[in-house]
Each structure stands twice: as C-alpha cells, then as structure tokens.
Design a protein around this ligand. Sequence first.
Ligand SMILES: Nc1ncnc2c1ncn2[C@@H]1O[C@H](COP(=O)(O)OP(=O)(O)OP(=O)(O)O)[C@@H](O)[C@H]1O
Length: 250
Amino acid sequence: MSEVISLRVAAPGTQRASELLPLTVEGLTLAFGAEIVLNALDLELGPEGCTVIMGPNGAGKSLLLKALHGLIPPTAGRIDWNGTPAAQATRRQALVFQKPVLLRRSVAANLDFVLKARGKDPARRAELLARTGLAHKASQPARLLSGGEAQRLALARALATDPEILFLDEPTASLDPASVLAIEGMVTAARDQGTRIIFVTHDIGQARRMADDVVFIHRGRVAEHRPAPAFFNAPHSEAARNYVNGRIVV
Ligand SMILES: Nc1ncnc2c1ncn2[C@@H]1O[C@H](COP(=O)(O)OP(=O)(O)OP(=O)(O)O)[C@@H](O)[C@H]1O
C-alpha cells in the first residue's frame, strides 16, 4: 500500500500573486494550413485560483495551453503575461501532460535532476517525495511506477521548479479514483500556496471539485468564461449546457 500523501497546507491567498498575472490573450489564432483551430480567441485570467478549461475533443484546449506556455507561436494575436517577456514567462511556468514525462532513472534521481537544473536546494527532495507519497520508492526505477505514481512524480517534478503558473493537460485521464484524488490533493495544495493553476479536463466531476472559474472552448473561441458555481448551475451557451448535461457536443 502506498503512503498517505502528505500535503503542506497554507491558507488560500496567503501567498503573493504572480507578477505574470493578469494574463491577457487577444485575438489568438492558431492555424495549420487551412485548418483554423483557435480563431481570434480572447481570454483574461486573474491573479489567483484554479481555472479549468473544458470543451469537446479537438476544440483546441491542448494547443491553447501550449501556446500560453510559449511552446507554439501564435499564427496571429497576442499573449501578454502582464508585460513579462515570453521566454521569461515560460521559465516561470510548468506543464504536466496526460502521459507522465520522466527520466529513465530512479524516482529520487528524477527529482534531483530538476532541483539541480533549476539551482534549487537538493534537500528539498525529501519534502517533494513526501508530497508524492513515494518516499518508500525513492530508489526504484521510475519506469516501474504505476500510472498514478508516475503522474504524481511528474507533478512533483513540475512543482520542484516552483512554477508561478502550473498548466495541467488532462493529468488524470487514465487514472483510478484514488490516484485522481491524490493528484487533485497535490494540485489543490499548490494552489493554496499561491501557484496559479490552469487545468484542462474532460471530467465534469473533477472540474466541479477543482475549478474556481471555467473557460469553455467551442469552435476555436471562448464560448463562456465564468465563476465555477455560476457556470455549473446554469451555463449560458448552448454548447456548454449540452456538454455539462452529458450530451454530445461537436
Ligand atoms: N501540429 C498540428 N498540426 C496540425 N493540426 C494539429 C496539430 N496539433 C493539433 N492539431 C489539430 O488541432 C485540433 C485541436 O487539437 P487539441 O489537441 O488542442 O484539441 P483538444 O481540445 O485538446 O482535444 P482533446 O479533448 O481531444 O484532447 C485538432 O483537430 C488537432 O488535430
């Protein structure tokens, strides 16, 4: 059995908001040849909390995260991290993918590598291991971890960089409920310590648990962006209403 996940809990709002925020996105367009995936998308994100991005398959959610993180140059439009140069903004952010990205080394070495590369205190390894609940597997090869354990380690690697913005792209899509809750606990703890979370998920239950606000993407634009309770109680757009009610949205 795995260890109980240890979470450092701080009162929400006790950390200073990131100077990368607010984020202003204006007219963001991403096109591949004739295919326009994001079509003059506008979005404004405030200083704190967890924003959940939802929308049907192929809506452009993953591409939006990659563009915000500086991995894909926009075809047109503007992404403004509160005036911070793009390369600097990228370095102060981290992205966790659906499929964990790990080194073919031990669990501990995966953390040591990031801490060293980012000039962080190597002693933080113990605290990060505790956060993952994987201290008892520190010397095991990371490739032997289960899917849920591997994702916890991938998330800990991201947190080791002390990101001001943490992007998550369906990080729990193929995990069992216990692993989902473990990941959500780690993300919530990071949010409560002041990390700004931007989280793509298809899981409506997860969105209800995690979101402070919801961005619903449809046909390359933001169809709706509202506080989570308002969004889930009465989505404004027909597409979001259908999506939340489990009807097929294309
Ligand atoms: N490099 C690329 N070249 C051409 N088309 C691409 C490229 N990357 C993504 N696309 C297309 O852009 C569209 C949006 O992709 P994206 O992965 O952002 O969707 P998504 O909303 O995250 O979908 P899902 O919920 O299925 O993960 C898709 O139709 C995809 O095929």
